[in-house]
Design a protein around this ligand. Structure first.
Ligand SMILES: Cc1cc2nc3c(=O)[nH]c(=O)nc-3n(C[C@H](O)[C@H](O)[C@H](O)COP(=O)(O)OP(=O)(O)OC[C@H]3O[C@@H](n4cnc5c(N)ncnc54)[C@H](O)[C@@H]3O)c2cc1C
Length: 397
């Protein structure tokens, strides 16, 4: 493993850092820790930032040049995410469009679909949300039950989605729906792009214990979607969705500066009188986790640099990342003492939000299953093996 950037990586990092030092917005750009139901101002700030990035050639690093991207690879994406986190910026609200829907359209969309959506996504003129998860289909996404029935040149879609970040303001949703219940569960799904203003779509914000409503339930009642909005062949939406999910992991990789070790250390230094031995131990533990995370990042970058794809590494990294965030926010809260009871600061918000990190992008238990199979070579869990049973004959709760 290379612990230092290669000359090429170092040059790219310096370029990214210089750009951010000269152009980063002065105001913070929260994504997770902000009440943004109806906060048009925040969406607008993210839109302006994406437009500035695009104008300076930083809008979509991994998109091919012919579609307005820079044609760069995952290493540069990780370095860019690390530099964004370092600059306190984090992920963009437009990430679902740039990092997930765009690459999916590039891989599976028709020429007309690419023409209609790619440029507007890049310019943040079309915001996208992800309508995949359902109350009965999260970790086991292929169990989704939202139904799409063909009616001439249209599909009539009914069902319920949940956890949908950004559905209150997005212009389009990428949607998975079951078009053939008689097929095995992974084979009867199709992938659509749906205009969020279509009649029959109802978005209900879900308020979390942070007080914010980051995500939403989305109810679809006989929503009519033109067949021209289907991405990829009918019934072959599962591999299209895999492209989306693979790109989601890449778009988020390295963006783990959700809590900042230096801030905790500085706080401890300024309040030495209040730091007892047990807290020092916890700080040392957190430092070890932070360094471990850096090394896991370096390991992924090294592997990518050698032309290999990290597989189990990303599961292990996700586990380490959420563990570090939970530990960090808990320690921050502990060091604040009674002051921490006031639910206003970053550490309080992070502590209240941290359970969500253990689920988002693949839960801890699912990551552990993956690591057990791919690192330890343990057999797959019973029932995880793909079955040919038609979806409609599967037992469902
Ligand atoms: C912040 C956040 C943003 C999100 N944004 C979106 C979005 O925009 N669009 C979208 O479609 N989805 C989104 N999601 C949903 C996310 O993908 C799901 O939370 C995730 O897939 C887990 O599904 P679930 O929450 O339904 O949990 P479930 O799958 O119901 O799991 C419940 C519990 O059971 C455990 N479990 C499940 N299966 C296994 C197993 N095989 N072995 C062991 N344990 C298991 C899980 O670890 C978990 O603890 C978001 C989630 C979060 C937290």
């Amino acid at each position: 493993m290379d612990l230092k950037d290669s000359p090429h990586e170092a040059a790219f990092r310096a370029e990214a850092r210089a750009f951010l030092e000269g152009h980063a917005p002065a105001e913070p750009m929260p994504q997770y820790h902000k009440e943004f139901v109806g906060d048009e101002g925040l969406v607008e700030r993210h839109r302006e930032w994406q437009q500035k990035l695009h104008a300076h050639g930083w809008g979509a690093l991994t998109w091919p040049k012919e579609y307005g991207g820079r044609g760069l690879g995952p290493i540069e994406q990780i370095i860019w995410n690390q530099e964004l986190a370092r600059a306190g910026l984090g992920l963009s609200l437009y990430m679902v469009g740039i990092g997930m829907a765009g690459p999916t359209l590039i891989a599976h969309g028709s020429d007309v679909q690419k023409q209609r959506h790619l440029e507007p996504i890049l310019r943040a003129e079309q915001g996208i949300c992800q309508l995949f998860s359902e109350p009965g289909a999260g970790s086991d996404l292929a169990s989704l039950a939202t139904r799409a029935l063909r009616d001439g040149d249209e599909w009539v879609v009914s069902g319920q989605k949940t956890w949908c970040s950004g559905a209150t303001w997005a212009d389009y949703g990428i949607l998975l729906a079951r078009t053939d219940p008689a097929a095995p569960k992974r084979k009867g799904i199709s992938f659509f792009l749906v205009d969020m203003k279509t009649p029959g779509i109802e978005v209900r914000p879900l308020r979390q214990m942070t007080g914010d409503a980051h995500f939403n339930e989305v109810f679809l009642t006989e929503v009519r979607i033109p067949d021209s909005n289907r991405i990829g062949p009918e019934g072959a939406g599962w591999p299209v969705a895999q492209t989306t999910l693979m790109n989601e992991r890449m778009a988020m990789a390295g963006a783990d500066g959700l809590f900042v070790w230096e801030e905790l250390r500085e706080h401890a230094r300024e309040n030495l009188g209040r730091i007892d031995g047990a807290t020092r131990d916890e700080l040392a533990k957190l430092y070890a986790w932070t360094r471990t995370l850096e090394m896991l990042n370096a390991r992924v970058i090294t592997k990518l640099g050698r032309g290999e794809m990290p597989a189990a590494e990303s599961s292990v990294m996700k586990l380490a990342m959420v563990r570090t965030v939970s530990l960090g926010s808990e320690l921050g809260l502990h060091m604040l003492g009674p002051e921490g009871l006031l639910r206003t600061g970053t550490w309080q918000q992070q502590w209240l939000f941290s359970p969500a990190f253990h689920l988002a992008g693949g839960s801890d238990e699912v990551q552990k299953n993956l690591a057990a199979e791919r690192v330890l070579g343990l057999p797959p869990e019973p029932g995880a093996v793909a079955s040919d049973t038609p979806f409609e004959d599967l037992p469902r709760s």
